[in-house]
Design a protein around this ligand. Structure first.
Ligand SMILES: Nc1ncnc2c1ncn2[C@@H]1O[C@H](COP(=O)(O)OP(=O)(O)OP(=O)(O)O)[C@@H](O)[C@H]1O
Ligand SMILES: [Mg+2]
Length: 367
């Protein structure tokens, strides 16, 4: 098991070509369960393959417990990797597939067999132990691939690259629970790639969000939701994502539609900076039928019932926003007011720390 640290990592597949990874500095703590989340083509697979050694980075170090392995072979790294599609020995039985990685490393027949049964039971494939892999369905083969990765107790890390794509949704949920149990037992460093944010947020202790070859933020699901580091994470996480409204910044105060909302710390003030944006999640918007201090005038244009809540679409200052409101607060369409229980100011896309909300009665932002 290992702490894995990526230091000043850059990667281009072709000399002079685009960067698949750019200026990556990231630590995967020993024993952590991580999800790696981001849009297609952002560099997730490239990052995993650099960790496992399938790809050699153009620049930078891959530190396993303070030893740079960037230029060593995959075999020296002791990483188990599971891909989107099964990688197994077709001519072997399921049992042989599971025992092989252990026997290969000198583990006795008896211990290998016991461990194979244990993992097979966990993934509910124990009834197929005697069958040849080539006779299995695609999803059963993928379960065998997962089992092969989990069967070894002594690995530096296990990397999963969208392993459940071929598995049906109900089974997916069961498998994620099984992976969690194995993680609790063995405390491997575990990195799980997905572009499904529900999968990421329910699986991992911490989530790494990537975009365009760079790491946007590493944090707990709550961090990503409540304190996105930039507008990309604000928008990417959440359903729908964060609302963004152009802010008017004057004399150290950011306002929206004439309502003063945030004190901008001195030293970071750029009066009238057109890139200043107020971000607020739909969950942190409240609706009011009467005006008061700290309430922003809006026009509610649309209401959508979504089970236990109502999604209200509103316009403010020519922009459109969304509010997720309790059914008991169902607004009327037409003029109204909103207040925000948590909000952030972004400049050039990045969150400005230490902005103080003005007159917020409850749920202060970035306290
Ligand atoms: N073997 C390769 N040769 C050249 N370019 C590549 C190669 N593999 C990936 N790329 C490019 O590198 C970038 C990152 O790709 P990568 O496969 O790491 O993304 P990803 O986040 O895993 O995407 P997906 O979610 O679609 O799997 C993309 O622009 C991709 O086109
Ligand atoms: Mg990929």
């Amino acid at each position: 098991m290992a702490e894995i640290r990526l230091v000043d990592l850059n990667h281009q597949y072709d000399v002079g070509g685009a960067y698949a990874l750019k200026d990556v500095n990231l630590t995967w703590d020993d024993g952590g369960a991580y999800a790696l989340l981001g849009p297609s083509g952002c560099g997730k697979t490239t990052m995993l393959n650099i960790i496992s050694g399938l790809v050699r980075p153009s620049e930078g170090a891959v530190m396993f417990n303070d030893v740079d392995v960037a230029r060593t072979s995959t075999a020296d790294r002791d990483i188990a990797q599971v891909f989107q599609f099964p990688v197994i020995y077709e001519s072997m039985t399921v049992r042989e597939n599971l025992e092989f990685p252990l026997r290969n490393r000198g583990i006795s027949k008896r211990d290998a067999s016991a461990r194979a049964v244990e993992i097979a039971e966990l993934l509910q494939i124990d009834h197929m132990m005697k069958r040849r892999a080539q006779q299995l369905t695609a999803d059963a083969k993928q379960l065998v691939s997962l089992a092969r990765a989990l069967v070894r107790r002594e690995v530096s890390a296990i990397l999963f690259d969208e392993p459940l794509t071929v598995i049906d949704p109900q089974k997916k949920w069961e498998l994620r629970q099984a992976l969690k149990r194995v993680h609790a037992e063995l405390n491997h460093t575990l990195v799980y790639v997905t572009h499904d944010q529900t999968e990421a947020l329910t699986f991992a202790d911490e989530v790494v969000v990537m975009n365009a070859g760079g790491v946007m933020q590493k944090g707990t699901p709550v961090d990503l939701f409540e304190q996105p580091a930039n507008t990309f994470v604000g928008n990417f996480i959440g359903s729908p994502g964060m609302n963004f409204f152009s802010a008017k910044v004057e004399n150290g105060v950011a306002s929206l539609a004439g309502t003063k909302l945030l004190e901008v710390p001195s030293g970071t003030q750029a009066n009238g900076d057109p890139s200043d944006v107020i971000g607020v999640r739909p969950e942190f918007v409240r609706w009011h039928s009467t005006p008061a201090d700290q309430r922003v005038p809006v026009t509610v244009t649309k209401l959508n019932d979504v089970g236990t809540a109502v999604m209200a679409t509103f316009t403010v200052d020519g922009a459109t926003g969304m509010a997720r409101l309790p059914i008991s607060d169902r607004p009327e369409t037409g003029p109204g007011w909103v207040s925000f229980s948590r909000l952030q100011l972004f400049r050039n896309g990045d969150s400005l720390d230490n902005c103080k909300p003005i007159g917020l009665a409850e749920g202060a932002s970035r306290a």
